[in-house]
Design a protein around this ligand. Structure first.
Ligand SMILES: Cc1cc2nc3c(=O)[nH]c(=O)nc-3n(C[C@H](O)[C@H](O)[C@H](O)COP(=O)(O)OP(=O)(O)OC[C@H]3O[C@@H](n4cnc5c(N)ncnc54)[C@H](O)[C@@H]3O)c2cc1C
Length: 362
């Protein structure tokens, strides 16, 4: 058996590590010169979106021997709509670094690998499929999947983000649901440290949103963030991403070609989280290759979660700022808060129920 993994990101490396545990050495091709060769950003894994696992980091460590050290745990998430503020607290999840940061999750995974990564190899499927019996597509790009099979794009996302300087509590995240600057999307702030944080604005590129001025939306978003957190933040550097495809493949595998991470459809459409899902798909593909699992079956629950999340997104898209205010206010209700933070039930379904009465009349 000769296994090639295209891409040394979260899914590719989780796949390679799992294969090594079963005694298989894959050739890993990475087009960049190093692992995590992109801008530094803080990302998060929220327990409430990973039901039934209340601690994804512990689960990866205890179940799959993949060890990750988050930057911080999250104990409080503030929710701001146009005129309301609420928060949820508890053991909510973790923040972690990505990209060029020395503690980026992809770098932590690469450090656990015994085999070598072949850098600066922007390989094409056509080339490697001749030489290898198994190919794992882990390039993080749905466009690569679309060359082989239908990829149902739920929407293309536009991101604008920055690393900002200020005073932060590392255990607190801030989320903004205000369609004035995040049309049908959201903005969020995740601390890197007590002095730096990532501020990200993300929204779908629907035709009506494409008419809006991205820079103006960003300025409003940044201003709102300064006002709500009562600070004069300084932008250290910023970045912009367009046409980021969020969707899902029709087939998790075709013959001995496995689609993992974003190439499979790991990003949950409602809030754009995909790290845990990416690593799981990499692990599951490795289990199939090693003959201890069936990839199509293993990704079943993740598929379900994708669809639940997509339904929730479609419901949220029917709301407006007034309704977002009502929902934000309702989160201050202890019963609603405890429903959101429970890890016993599927959160996407719970939130759908909470916002259903608001969306019905929208
Ligand atoms: C701005 C932003 C913020 C996000 N925030 C969060 C968050 O807070 N929480 C969360 O859970 N998720 C978040 N996500 C989603 C998460 O980052 C992705 O779901 C996850 O990284 C996907 O993993 P992957 O393995 O598919 O791809 P990646 O981790 O992107 O890895 C792909 C790798 O393949 C390499 N590559 C590409 N093409 C080739 C080729 N032809 N040959 C060889 N190598 C190639 C790339 O260089 C890269 O190293 C965010 C995404 C973005 C864009």
């Amino acid at each position: 058996m000769k296994i090639a993994i295209m891409g040394a990101g979260l899914s590719g490396l989780a796949c390679a590590l799992t294969l090594e545990k079963y005694g298989y050495q894959a050739d890993i091709f990475e087009r960049r010169a190093m692992v995590g060769d992109r801008f530094v950003i803080a990302e998060a894994m929220f327990s409430m979106f990973h039901t039934p696992y209340d601690d994804a980091v512990k689960y990866l460590s205890e179940t799959y021997d993949i060890h990750l050290k988050p930057t911080s745990n999250l104990q409080k998430v503030f929710i701001y709509s146009k005129n309301e503020t609420s928060f949820i607290d508890g053991h909510l999840g973790f923040t972690n670094m990505r990209g060029k940061h020395s503690e980026a999750y992809e770098k932590q995974l690469a450090a656990q690998l015994k085999g070598k990564i072949r850098f600066n190899e922007n390989v094409s499927y056509e080339d490697i499929s001749k030489e290898y019996t198994h190919v794992v597509m882990a390039t993080g790009d749905a466009l690569d999947t679309e060359k082989f099979q239908p990829y149902d794009v739920a929407f293309k996302a536009s991101f604008k983000g920055a690393v900002i300087e200020g005073e932060f509590n590392q255990t607190e995240a801030h989320t903004f649901f205000n369609y004035d600057f995040a049309p049908k999307g959201m903005a969020y702030l995740l601390p890197h440290s007590d002095k730096k944080a990532s501020l990200v604005l993300v929204y779908p590129q629907y035709p009506e949103n494409e008419l809006l001025d991205k820079e103006q939306l960003w300025e409003k978003c940044f201003e709102e963030c300064c006002v709500k957190l009562d600070q004069d933040f300084k932008i250290i550097h910023d970045y912009s991403i367009k046409d980021y495809r969020i969707g899902k493949t029709e087939f998790p595998r075709i013959g001995n070609t496995f689609f993992v991470g974003n190439c499979w459809g790991a990003i949950t459409p409602v809030f754009g989280f995909g790290q845990f899902e990416s690593m799981l798909t990499g692990i599951y593909a490795a289990q199939d290759i090693a003959g201890v699992g069936n990839y199509e079956k293993l990704v079943g629950p993740l598929s379900q979660s994708y669809h639940d999340s997509l339904s929730l997104r479609r419901t949220m898209e029917k709301l407006d700022n007034k309704k977002l205010d009502l929902i934000t206010k309702s989160i201050n209700n202890k019963v609603v808060e405890s429903l959101i933070t429970t890890n016993k039930i599927n959160l996407f379904k719970i939130i759908s129920r909470i916002i259903h009465p608001f969306s019905r009349h929208a």
